[in-house]
Design a protein around this ligand. Structure first.
Ligand code: NAD
Ligand code: MG
Length: 282
């Protein structure tokens, strides 16, 4: 009988933390010029301590927004994100906790509102993945953890945020290229990412009359802590894309700026595919 692996063991050389990564991901291009697209807006970004979320936080700040970030336990990374946002002259509020718990999501939104008095942009971005070669290796515990982290949390936090979101606000959900083309070794993860696509489309229809737009970004291979933390061999990560390389967070975050700003005022229920050129439907 196939014995389900619990979670894959993480070796010490596989950092979950951005400050331990080599090479360091590019957070924002040195020549990225802000133009006040998000002036005085308030954004909440889950998983904003590192990777794509950190990069989104810094881009939003350069465009004039204050940000709050939620992260699991990576204090050093979260403090660094705060430093980077403050360097842009904006405020950053960091909130540590587990988004799998609805009570925490409710209290995180309360904290954010009491700090900033409003919320204009919600970025659902936190996720985990546990690669397994066979379906039989996916233990119930892993399955639950993946769904609770990657999709239940999007429901919890959005539900809690909704009463505070004004007309013209924007919700942006992070899916993945794996939602569209599948992934042979990320069966549970890619399923949650597919659920995020459907959640985004359904919620966009549900909130259109309130003039709250709901869109998403579906990244391909991006160099973030998630990658060395979960894959043993990252030497050819991204090499199979048409552009022949992995992307940097700095190449993903501008899509979030677009979807958060009034530049995308007539777009809802859609995904932007920042994936190095892979053609996929939807
Ligand atoms: P990352 O590890 O830097 O960011 C994910 C963050 O989620 C973590 O920093 C962690 O603090 C947070 N998180 C995880 N579980 C949590 C929990 N229970 N409670 C609170 N916070 C929690 O990785 P990333 O690659 O920047 O991932 C960001 C998003 O991009 C994810 O949704 C991921 O699925 C998606 N994505 C990444 C890639 C890629 O190649 N890196 C590709 C496609 C999609
Ligand atoms: Mg992190």
């Amino acid at each position: 009988m196939a014995k389900p692996k619990e979670f894959p063991k993480q070796s010490q050389s596989q950092p979950r933390k951005e400050y331990k990564m080599h090479p360091q991901p590019e957070i924002i291009r040195a020549d990225y010029k802000g133009s006040g697209k998000l002036k005085d807006k308030v954004a909440l970004i889950t998983g904003g301590d590192s990777g794509i979320g950190r990069s989104v936080a810094v881009h939003f700040a350069r465009e004039g927004a204050h940000v709050a970030i939620i992260y699991l336990n990576e204090d050093e990374d979260a403090l660094e994100t705060r430093k980077l946002v403050e360097k842009e002259g904006r405020k950053c509020f960091i909130i540590e906790g587990d988004l799998r718990k609805e009570a925490f999501c409710i209290s995180a939104i309360k904290t954010c509102i009491s700090e900033f008095k409003k919320l204009d942009i919600l970025v659902n971005n936190a996720a985990m993945q546990f690669p397994q070669d066979k379906l039989t290796q996916i233990a119930a515990r892993q399955l639950k953890k993946t769904f609770q982290t990657n999709i239940f949390s999007y429901f919890y936090i959005t539900k809690a945020a909704l009463p505070h979101l004004p007309k013209g606000s924007s919700i942006i959900n992070t899916s993945s290229v794996t939602a569209y083309r599948g992934s042979h070794h990320l069966l549970d993860y890619s399923s949650t990412k597919g659920a995020i696509v459907s959640f985004t489309r359904s919620l966009s229809a549900n909130l259109a009359s309130k003039n709250i737009r709901v869109n998403g970004v579906a990244p391909g291979p991006i160099w973030t802590p998630l990658i060395p933390a979960t894959f043993d061999d990252v030497s050819d990560f991204g090499a199979d894309t048409p552009l022949g390389r992995a992307g940097q967070p700095s190449e993903v975050a501008p899509a979030y700026v677009f979807l958060a700003s009034q530049d995308s005022s007539y777009i809802t229920g859609q995904f932007i595919h920042v994936n190095g050129g892979e053609i996929i439907g939807g």
